[in-house]
Ligand binder design. Sequence first.
Ligand code: FES
Length: 364
Amino acid sequence: MQWHDLGPVEEFQKAPVTEARVGRTLLAVTWKDGAFGAVSGVCNHAGGPLGQGRLDGDFIQCPWHGYKFHRLTGEGEPGFEDDKVPRHDVKVEHGHLYVTAEPITPRRKKPHAPHPLARTPVRKEGPIRVVGISTTNMDPANPRYSTSEALLEIALEHSRTTLACETRIIRLRDLKFRACEGYYSKNAHACTWPCSITEMDDADEMTEVYEALIHWSDVALVATPIRWGAASSLFFKMAERLNCVQNQITIKDRVLIRNKVAAFIVTGGQDNVQAVAGHLLLFFSELGFDFPQFPFVAHSRGWSAEDMEKNVEYVMRSEELRTGAMELAGRAVDAARQLVDRGRIVDRTARGGRKAHHIELRAR
Ligand code: FES
């Protein structure tokens, strides 16, 4: 057995968990109740740095998503003992801490059924499918008229009855889903697909949005009010949770959204249509969506229009907006048909595509 000198023991008595390295092997060295322990510093879940975690009793809690492994045996927390990270032997000699260069026990990953969302997106045969996402918030017990949602419903109705599409509507306010907890800010690889929250929390209902956008729809019609010059807070809550979709491109060159079209409905009592629409276009383009010509309809009566009830009246009466919503649906569905019919997938990686896009922009 080959022993490796990690250095003076005092260095490892300063904190309950210390990250150490033996050659290319990362270790999580622990110090508790007068005893050292050493296990692999690489978490079984998504490779998180266990050596940067903290102790919960005798378990090291991974700093990325909180999975726990016993500091001495490497076993997963109770209920997950079949999952195990490698254990290294330790000894103290002449004031120095030594670990075995090779692990004493192997890594064991209990086969877990993949999350249903993790399947490869494959378009099922059938009519064009349109999902409408309303990002309007309101008290469900006392509903009110939402101009953006009303136009979205008109667009969906038109898609169903005239354009022969399948449709569904998701009202974000009806879903109970957690805000993004910022795993990406720890490390790009900590932001996983499916989302770490989705994997860990069966009750989280963002699954409905993921399922519709990634696996079901050809067209996403997204409706938002303007709130202080920006899209609604529910839109941003959803957008932050969609970071994991874009992040697959960043870390794996894996494009989950292909041959899909997004279009937008933006209405507000006050102005900033261009900024809101611009933001939506940027965000959905980074997810991988295509756009129809003239990809949004919008309405605002301007900064000084504080008489909000008149907006509702205006939108309710406006034949132009009604027609505009239907035509938007028509353009989006046409674009989706072309993408689906042509099966237009250029075999390119997203990163290549994005690079080319940025180079093209620079060249202009
Ligand atoms: S809990 Fe360790 S990587 Fe997810």
